[in-house]
Design a protein around this ligand. Structure first.
Ligand code: GAL
Length: 815
């Protein structure tokens, strides 16, 4: 078994003793897995040699195959306004996530002495209804698949400390979700070994009661277990981003009634955390009793000040800003729900380049790796636990557990993430039907009170879609921050009525589009469906409950009291293929994403970028210009740009200059030439600066015959850790290098060298190609193949071949 020690023993000699006391390692390799229920699978004598060998994080359902029958649901989605039940296909991704799965592994605890040590298993998330057994005994049960939980298994460890069997039974019921939840041990499993006297999991709480440019006061609460009635000495050092100790404290006190140990430290001239400058600190605390060092605990945190000011909005470190956020589900497209840090990082980097500065984890607790990345890269977060409270949305949804588990789930979530500076707000739920029940406000109050008790520093919101109810019944007025889902036209009324004098677009827009697909005539449409089961990338199509990006952008631009928004969604996700969800197989993934399932930006990406990214210029033109069947037809051209004006030329003939106007909300954010007549050749956009001078040009040419496959990656060097990924864009170009925007050929992949093929995706919500197989059809000329590093340095080569096309090759360095 390979153990990954999280703390470096070699390079921190002064901490050596403490870290020998506290060990933490992941259980990643050598798991055995079996799908379906198995009798006596928790027993130590059970023979699992016939089971699959897997590495955790693992998602058993992502390997497919896709099928219409998986989790077929006959329901009326009432929150979408449906009154009559109909057959919903692909609602949870058309993947086999339903059923039971078993995992088994073993671990050793070095120098185990039962009376001296504590052993804890921590799961970052297990999908779902996890029953955990150690050496044949059930040690814990945690139903909610998205939450992290831990259990003390000391009493079940073998006296030798060796060969402890951990077995986990998971069960996903049909109709337990509205999207693809994933299946299995899809997040990390940790073993933590400490002294009896120790800081428990999530045992510290850092707050910064005073923050200014010159001084921050840091309050650290440290829980210490098995120290009741004893005098405990705690020394804490605060270390800055460069590794310098910037503040220290050494206190001793008697611990009574399990009360936490409180220390106050000062940081002079603090580096304040913000998206623009995500400065982090860590507090390293050492616990002594009778002069003996018993534990050492590290808490990473940031110093920043958040204020929500009535009528004025959100202030971070005294500076006003609006949330330029997106909602994301937890799946990583072709990787499924199995967590991967480099995949998450790539998602966040793409979003940040768009100017996005905030993420809402919809509608559940995130993986800790996501929150840590947001801390490090500089994205604010709104963390949300639930899509259901005690009233069902799904037959087998969380409502089954709400009464017994809601508080425990909230407590784990808040303690897990309350030291992360990226987290600026808690949401207690999404569009819960309870919002309209007469006493629904009591449930909301119960959850909001838990937030206030566990973390008095952050406000609480809730994504509400039933505007009339919540304005009347006291639900919205009771929340710290009213958060609305859609219905932007009612924000003004809500602002006027509600006492908070602030409003958050907790979930906005839900525009639908398919990358590279354009429909004619170009017009605004709700619920538009087409024979090819795609939606238009002119960004004018939405669902019956939703709207277009421009309206929410205008809301944020026009009103100080608007806190900004979280767009539904940053990335396409598996499941919820609206508007093709009612008996419309093979659609099985969403069309809401600004970026598609293959991590390729759709046109909409540039619309947001032109408004949100103030540091860089955006000049993006659509549609493509290869329309053999449209010669002589009106083919509108849109430009998304933050230049003040632009001129369009077709084969050198000017189509006029456009600048943004107030004519309609679309004219505020888009430059549009609506009467262009298509002729093959060259479409050129020339952007002018404030002085009317030529600043930038973009040219799109009619493509000739598909000729070659070209591979590109932003990940030219990846770590030799067996996990890092290179996302390789696969494009088919003509002889002159123009993208062939209608090409849908099958591409086959082979990988040689220091890595392996991991998956591919093309962003087509109707495509049933399996992600993990080394072949995939192009979707509108493009797709993404993902290569995974091995654990030794070297070069890895990806080759892509397709009949009749010149092959593409790319090298990625693994080091
Ligand atoms: C919202 C809901 C989301 C998603 C979205 C699609 O009402 O909160 O989870 O279903 O609609 O537009």
């Amino acid at each position: 078994m390979i153990r990954v020690f999280l703390c470096c023993l070699l390079f921190c000699p002064s901490l050596l003793t403490a870290q020998e006391l506290r060990q933490s390692f992941l259980l990643e390799k050598d798991w055995r897995f079996s799908q379906g229920d198995v009798d006596k699978a928790a027993s130590t004598t059970f023979d699992d040699s016939g089971w699959d060998q897997v590495t955790v994080p693992h998602d058993w359902a992502i390997y497919g195959p896709f099928d219409r029958v998986h989790d077929l649901q006959e329901v009326a989605v009432t929150q979408n306004g449906e009154k009559v039940a109909t057959v919903k296909t692909g609602r949870t991704g058309g993947l086999p996530y339903v059923g039971v799965g078993w995992y088994r592994n073993t671990f050793d605890v070095d120098a185990f002495e039962k009376s001296q040590k504590r052993v804890v298993l921590k799961f970052d998330g297990a999908m779902s209804e996890a029953r955990v057994y150690v050496n044949g005994q059930e040690v814990c049960f945690w139903p909610y698949g998205y939450n992290a939980f831990h259990c003390d298994v000391t009493d079940f460890i073998n006296p030798s400390g060796k060969d402890n069997l951990v077995a986990v039974r998971l069960e996903n019921r049909p109709q337990s979700s509205r999207w693809y939840p994933g299946a299995g041990l899809y997040r990390n499993v940790h073993v933590i070994v400490t002294d009896q006297v120790h800081v428990p999991v999530w045992g510290t709480f850092v707050t910064t009661p005073f923050v200014s440019d010159t001084l921050a006061s840091v309050r650290l609460e440290t829980n210490i277990e098995h120290a009741d009635g004893k005098v405990v000495r705690v020394t804490t050092d605060i270390i800055d981003g460069e590794g310098k100790v910037v503040s220290s404290k050494d206190n001793a006190q008697k611990i009574n009634y399990g009360q936490p140990f409180v220390q106050h430290l000062e940081v002079l001239d603090p580096n304040l955390w913000s998206p623009e400058s995500p400065a982090l600190y860590k507090a390293i605390s050492r616990i002594f009793i009778d002069g003996k060092l018993l534990d050492s605990y590290e808490t990473r945190f940031g110093i920043r000040d958040i204020k929500f000011v009535a009528d004025r909005g959100f202030f971070l470190n005294g500076k006003h800003r609006k949330f330029q956020g997106v909602c994301n589900h937890h799946d990583l497209g072709p990787l499924g729900a199995a967590i991967n840090v480099s995949a998450l990082r790539y998602q966040l980097e793409l979003l940040m380049d768009m100017g996005c500065d905030a993420i809402r984890t919809a509608h559940n607790m995130p993986a800790p790796e996501l929150v840590e990345l947001c801390d490090e890269l500089g994205l604010m977060m709104m963390i949300e636990p639930f899509d259901e409270w005690e009233i069902a949305k799904c037959l087998n949804g969380y409502h089954r557990f709400f009464e017994d588990w809601a508080e425990r789930d909230m407590v784990n979530m808040i303690r897990h993430f309350r030291n992360n500076p990226s987290v600026v707000m808690w949401s207690i739920g999404n569009e819960v039907p309870t919002q309209c029940s007469p006493e629904g406000y009591k449930v909301a109050r119960f959850l909001q009170d838990i937030c206030h008790r566990e973390d008095p520093t952050r406000p609480v919101t809730c994504g509400m879609d039933q505007v009339s109810c919540v304005l009347e019944n006291g639900f919205a007025s009771m929340l710290d921050i009213p958060g609305f889902n859609y219905r932007v036209h009612r924000y003004g009324e809500a602002y006027a009525k509600l006492p908070q004098n602030l409003l958050l677009g907790a979930e906005t827009t839900s525009t639908v589009s398919s990358r590279g697909v354009y429909k004619f005539p170009v017009e605004k449409k709700a619920e538009a469906v087409y024979a090819d089961h795609q939606s238009s990338s002119y960004d004018l199509e939405h669902c019956s409950w939703s709207n277009l990006p421009d309206e929410d952008l205008a809301m944020a631009d026009d009103h100080a009291w608007s806190l900004g928004q979280f767009v539904w969604t940053g990335f396409d996700y598996l499941g919820e293929p609206s508007p093709y969800d009612t008996d419309a197989w093979p659609n099985h993934s969403s069309m809401f994403g600004i970026i598609d399932l293959a991590s390729i930006p759709k046109d909409r990406y540039y619309l947001y970028r032109s408004v949100w990214n103030k540091q860089s210029k955006t000049l993006h033109v659509l549609p493509h210009w290869t329309w053999a069947e449209r010669v002589g037809e009106v083919t509108p051209v849109f430009v998304y740009t933050n230049y003040p004006s632009a001129e369009l030329f077709i084969n050198g003939k000017s189509q006029g200059v456009r600048r943004k106007t107030e004519e309609t909300v679309q004219h505020r954010y888009r430059l549009m030439w609506t009467d262009v007549v298509y002729e093959p050749g060259e479409l050129k956009v020339v952007a002018y600066d404030d002085n009317g001078k030529l600043a930038e040009e973009k040219i799109v040419r009619t493509a000739g015959k598909p000729h070659q496959i070209v591979l590109e990656t932003p990940h030219k060097i990846i770590a030799a850790d067996g996990k890092s990924l290179a996302y390789v864009r696969v494009k088919v170009l003509d002889k002159e290098g123009n993208l062939c925007p209608n090409e849908d050929a099958l591409v086959r992949f082979s990988v040689t060298g220091a890595g392996q093929y991991r998956a591919a995706a093309n962003g087509d919500p109707t495509c049933l190609d399996l992600f993990h197989e080394p072949k995939m059809h192009l979707f509108n000329g493009q797709l993404t193949a993902i290569v995974q590093a091995g654990d030794r340095p070297g070069d890895v080569q990806l080759e892509a071949k397709s009949k009749g096309l010149k092959s593409g090759k790319i090298f990625v360095k693994v080091e």
